[in-house]
Design a protein around this ligand. Structure first.
Ligand SMILES: Nc1ncnc2c1ncn2[C@@H]1O[C@H](COP(=O)(O)OP(=O)(O)O)[C@@H](O)[C@H]1O
Ligand SMILES: [Mg+2]
Length: 306
């Protein structure tokens, strides 16, 4: 039976009194582009280190394609990635660095160097010393190094953090291409817009704990969708909203009436307004962004922690 790429159960990492990762459960399926989203210090790097078998969990388990990365190097077959920043020899060229990585990985890794350089768009700069590379180029070279292993699962720790806008755009496009090619990708990030753009699933972490886990589409759906309404007579419109079944939380603000309503309810409301002699000037949908949800979830968490 095909094993899922990542299965994490009850994962804990303590450093003295500090609980860096606090009972994390994750299931990442084939083809997912999975966002591990949280502010600085949330435990993202520590979690990824345990997933890559670089540090030992205090409790709980990690399985990559059904294997424990602590127990066998075999578990890392088909898996690649890096935490924080990739390491290279600055006084050697990109190609020479990849040759060293490929020699270490063995097998047919050396034959993949040209393809890997092309995928990360560094073919033209492959002869240059890494010491002269920008941060974005180094990050991309890190991914090229990972691709030499021909991975089915790629784990990336904040790959776009610290890049300039062009570097960020290139990195996101690269991850998109890899995902479109069928690779399962796990990436940590503190940038909500990035996760929203790239990922189909998300775990929102705070203080080592998961505040939400699931499909981004589901997260947005549960947030409900709101409408903003401007009319020829907002006071009368507010009364119509209050009387309309299914319209919730209608309130008048400086830019019109805000409310929550399903699409069918909004359609009925528009008819009721016109029948009451109220003209609709503007009626726009306002769905919550991932950013709104992130703050709502993490604020709730704070409220609980206080
Ligand atoms: N080796 C370590 N020793 C002690 N504390 C650590 C160590 N590694 C991480 N931490 C602490 O664990 C928490 C989570 O860190 P980290 O996983 O790096 O967070 P993130 O990557 O989300 O910013 C932080 O409070 C950090 O200071
Ligand atoms: Mg980190």
């Amino acid at each position: 039976m095909a094993q899922v790429p990542v299965e994490v159960r009850g994962l804990v990492k303590r450093y003295g009194d500090l609980v860096a990762v606090d009972h994390v459960d994750l299931t990442i399926e084939e083809g997912d582009v999975y966002g591990y989203l949280g502010p600085n210090g949330a435990g993202k790097t520590t979690s990824l280190r345990m997933m890559l078998g670089l540090i030992r969990p205090t409790a709980g388990s990690v399985r990559l394609f059904g294997r424990d990365p602590q127990l066998s190097v075999k578990a890392l077959e088909g898996v690649a990635g890096f935490v924080e920043a990739p390491r290279f020899y600055p006084y050697l060229s990109a190609r020479r660095n990849l040759e060293l990585v490929a020699a270490f990985d063995g097998g047919d890794a050396p034959s993949r160097i040209d393809d890997a350089l092309a995928t990360v768009e560094l073919t033209g700069r492959a002869g240059d010393k890494i010491g002269g590379y920008s941060h974005g180029m180094r990050q991309r070279l890190g991914i090229a190094g990972a691709l030499l292993r021909n991975p089915r699962l790629l784990l990336l720790d904040e790959p776009a953090t610290g890049l300039d806008p062009a570097g960020m755009r290139d990195m996101r496009a690269l991850i998109r291409r890899l995902a479109d090619g069928g690779m399962t990708v796990v990436l940590s990030s503190h940038i909500m817009a990035e996760v929203e753009e790239l990922c189909n699933k998300v775990a929102i972490v705070r203080s080592g704990r998961i505040a939400y886990e699931g499909a981004i589409s589901e997260l947005k759906r549960t947030a409900g969708s709101g409408y903003r309404l401007r009319t020829t007579d907002d006071d009368r419109a507010l009364a119509v909203c209050a009387a309309q079944p299914g319209v919730e939380d209608a309130r008048l603000a400086h830019d019109g009436i805000h409310m929550n309503a399903e699409e069918a309810v909004a359609a009925d409301l528009s008819i009721a307004l016109v029948e009451s002699g109220v003209g609709i000037v503007e009626m726009v949908r306002e769905s919550a962004t991932l950013e709104d949800l992130f703050f709502r979830l993490t604020e709730d968490e704070q409220a609980v922690a206080v």
